[in-house]
Design a protein around this ligand. Structure first.
Ligand SMILES: Nc1nc2c(c(=O)[nH]1)N[C@H]1C(S)=C(S)[C@@H](COP(=O)(O)O)O[C@H]1N2
Ligand SMILES: [Mo]
Length: 272
């Protein structure tokens, strides 16, 4: 950042200051959006001033594109810090059945009546990338695999839109499934493509976390259509948008591939 630019930003009533103010206002709003959740993931950005943004990124704060790109760089840097802080043995809190939120809220980037209809007969879970056995899975095969390894959790789902709810999901630990298909667990990412064009990706340590669940049931019943039939990933250590519903394809990769909300500015790590 040049001194000239800096003085433009601090000089009162200079013609550029109006633009500068608008940009700073937007940057603050963006920042607020990224730190909306009261979690450890936010602590670094919360302590970063806009001056810090400029210093760290070497960008000027007087054009929108470079502010965006600086914030994105910081968010990606945050991803790495959060990943380093992540511990496989730190568990999300669990709750008694009496704490379950009824009815459990629905959320998606569309309204409930638009939730995709996936036909069980046609369903095949597709596998690609760094996976030894890429044979597709029918739903009954997934159920058969899950039955002897049944795992269940009552955990809190936290959505950045300002609500949280406690629900009960059942299925099989995702790590068991990754081992079964011969996933390269030294790879960096696991990605998900959904029946409704939603997509997201997670870091491998989170994929292997003991509470990360390949969920086939909700509250003891087949996963209902609106909550992700036929299969979703339940990750209680992450925010709602990192929990893909209606999963149709899973891939393992070393290439960063973002996500539906992440590509619109939500923090990629999105968890604790
Ligand atoms: N396929 C798909 N998965 C998704 C979404 C979506 O729109 N499509 N929305 C995400 C968000 S932001 C939230 S809060 C949760 C909502 O899950 P629920 O309907 O079980 O409450 O799903 C997440 N997974
Ligand atoms: Mo969400």
């Amino acid at each position: 950042m040049s001194l000239e630019r800096k003085s433009n930003i601090v000089a009162p009533h200079a013609p550029l200051i109006r633009d500068g103010d608008a940009i700073l206002h937007e940057a603050r709003a963006l920042m607020a959006r990224r730190v909306a959740e009261p979690s450890r993931r936010a602590f670094l950005t919360r302590t970063l001033s806009l001056g810090g943004v400029a210093l760290l990124s070497g960008c000027s704060l007087d054009d929108n594109a470079s502010v965006e790109s600086a914030l994105n760089k910081i968010s990606r840097w945050n991803d790495r810090v959060q990943a380093a802080l992540f511990r496989r043995d730190v568990l999300a809190p669990t709750f008694p059945a009496s704490a379950i939120t009824r009815p459990f809220p629905f959320n998606a980037f569309y309204s409930i009546d638009e939730a995709p209809v996936v036909e069980e007969a046609d369903y095949r879970l597709e596998l690609s990338g760094l996976i030894a056995d890429k044979a597709p899975w029918r739903l009954d095969a997934l159920r058969e695999f899950a039955a002897p390894r049944a795992a269940e959790q009552i955990t809190r789902h936290v959505c950045v839109e300002g609500w949280s709810a406690i629900g009960r999901w059942g299925g099989v630990t995702f790590a068991d499934f990754l081992r079964r298909i011969g996933a390269d667990t030294t790879a960096r990412y696991v990605g998900f493509k959904c029946a409704d064009d939603y997509y997201t990706s997670i870091d491998m340590p989170t994929a292997l976390h003991p509470q990360t669940l390949l969920a086939l049931t909700y509250d003891g019943q087949t996963l209902p259509r609106e909550y992700g039939f036929p299969m979703k990933l339940r990750i209680p250590t992450k925010l709602g948008y990192k929990n893909p519903k209606h999963i149709q394809a899973i891939y393992v990769t070393n290439t960063y591939s973002g996500g539906y909300w992440e590509d619109q500015g939500y923090n990629w790590f999105g968890g604790s």
